[in-house]
Design a protein around this ligand. Structure first.
Ligand code: SF4
Ligand code: SF4
Length: 441
């Protein structure tokens, strides 16, 4: 086992708050209803293939798309389709969704059987059928990530077990509870995708996880567990690749361009289970925590379960939450309502009371440069913020706004409490809109 210091510039020493690290995962009961959005990944949304009133079973396909960058969506329950309509999505928009009233039977669809795989193409096709998307929070369809040309010389697989965001312990619990599946998933990926070398990167604040996987990797010449110095955002793809291989992914390029694929521990573990059982992605582990939560837990939740039901399962709230996040405190998305769904890439639900949720007021920039020093992507957050505030979106292109990984380090270190990452997100949207209106002319 190797030990490597964080090699990236910038970042922040954020508090860990891993309160649920030693809390074993509990399985949540089947809720009375699920609302399953037809968009749970980066890419094209799915179209529902069931109708109102139809009886559905666990694992049955309920949404598909013929677009390459997309992933099918399956029913997580057995029951009856009550409604198909645009409904509130965790990002605050309305997305076409299938509402299913559950019958509590959890009858499994006849479609479910282990996939027959004998080569790389069949493996990638099976991964698409499984509905797998990046479970670390990104939601990128896994079959797309694996569809690189066989002659592209992509020979290294990196397993991301860093889990650097405060509070979240979903990956850690996977290692503690399902390490065997993680190793089997890695072996399957090595066999069909021909990876020659595998690194498993874990931060040094998780010594038990490092020990478990190191002991298992001892029997494999090509799998190496690497202990990484704990520093946020060590788990970001580009930072992880640099720490583990010394390779730098150039701006605008992908890990594939330096011969690497990065996958989350939960995604790899899912592959092992799917290949054995054929059960597609219908559930996931969610860390439920934050000062307002009565009983912080790691919960196995069926996709489509309402946030209100998940919090209720964790004992409800100690005090009325002033802010609820899907994801961690650095990169999570604030939720407008609890009547929205857990989706495939929901790794955490955090609730904060008024005392911890209140943001200090913004004050003018004092040009201290701390945001520039903290940015691991070498951006100039103060300049992007100033142009965004002034509505000068035309000036932003030269600041490489799209390289921002939205890690939040700049906002975290800013003594003036400028809303830097929020303005960068806004700038990205504006640049996308400007590009599409240019393309439309
Ligand atoms: S850290 Fe805040 S105050 Fe300092 S330069 Fe950046 S935006 Fe200005
Ligand atoms: S500009 Fe983006 S990448 Fe840089 S610190 Fe801020 S949020 Fe992170």
């Amino acid at each position: 086992m190797l030990f490597k210091k964080a090699r990236f510039k910038g970042g922040a020493n954020v508090p860990h708050y891993k309160n649920t690290a030693e809390v074993e995962t509990v399985k949540m009961d089947v809720p009375a209803k699920v609302v399953i959005p037809m968009l749970q990944h980066i890419g094209a949304p799915c179209t529902p293939v069931v109708s109102k009133g139809e009886k559905v079973k666990v694992g049955q396909v309920i949404g598909t798309s013929d677009k390459f960058v997309s992933a099918p969506i399956h029913s997580s329950v057995s029951g009856v389709v009550k409604n198909i309509a645009p409904m509130l999505y965790p990002g605050g928009t309305q997305v076409m969704s299938v509402e299913i009233e559950t019958d509590g039977e959890q009858e499994i669809s006849e479609e479910i059987k282990p996939p027959v795989i004998s080569n790389r193409e069949e493996f990638i096709s099976a991964i698409r059928q499984s509905g797998l998307v990046g479970l670390g929070g990104a939601g990128f369809p896994t079959h797309v990530k694996l569809s690189f040309p066989p002659d592209k010389n992509v020979d290294t697989l990196i397993i991301n077990g860093a889990e650097c965001e405060p509070y979240i312990t979903s990956d850690y619990r996977e290692i503690m509870e399902n390490s065997w599946h993680i190793m089997c998933g890695i072996e399957i990926l090595m066999e069909y995708m021909n990876f020659k070398k595998v690194f498993i990167g874990i931060e040094d604040n998780k010594p038990e996880a490092i020990k478990i996987l190191s002991d298992m990797a001892d029997n494999h010449d090509n799998i190496e567990v690497v202990k990484l110095k704990t520093r946020y955002p060590q788990g970001a793809e580009k930072m992880l690749i640099y720490a583990l291989t010394g390779k730098k992914v150039p701006p605008g390029k992908l890990p594939l361009d330096v011969g690497v694929v990065v996958m989350n521990v939960n995604s790899v573990s899912f592959i092992s289970e799917y290949v054995k059982t054929g059960m597609p992605l219908i559930k996931r582990r969610v860390t439920v925590d934050g000062p307002a939560v009565a009983r912080p837990s790691n919960v196995e939740v069926l996709i489509g379960t309402q946030l209100s039901d998940v919090f209720q399962f964790c004992g409800g709230f100690r005090s009325e939450p002033a802010k609820v996040l899907m994801g961690g405190p650095m990169m999570g998305i604030s939720q407008y309502s609890l009547e929205t769904s857990v989706v495939k890439h929901t790794n955490a639900l955090l609730a904060f009371d008024p005392g911890t949720a209140k943001l200090p007021p913004e004050s003018p920039c004092i040009r201290c440069g701390r945001c520039v020093d903290a940015c691991p992507m070498n951006l100039v957050p103060l300049a992007i913020n100033q142009y965004t505030v002034k509505g000068r979106f035309d000036e932003l292109e030269r600041y490489n706004v799209n390289d921002c990984i939205e890690c939040g380090c700049c906002s975290y270190v800013c003594p003036a409490k400028r809303h830097l990452v929020q303005s960068i997100r806004l700038a990205k949207v504006q640049l996308r809109q400007a590009a599409s209106s240019k393309g439309g002319k």
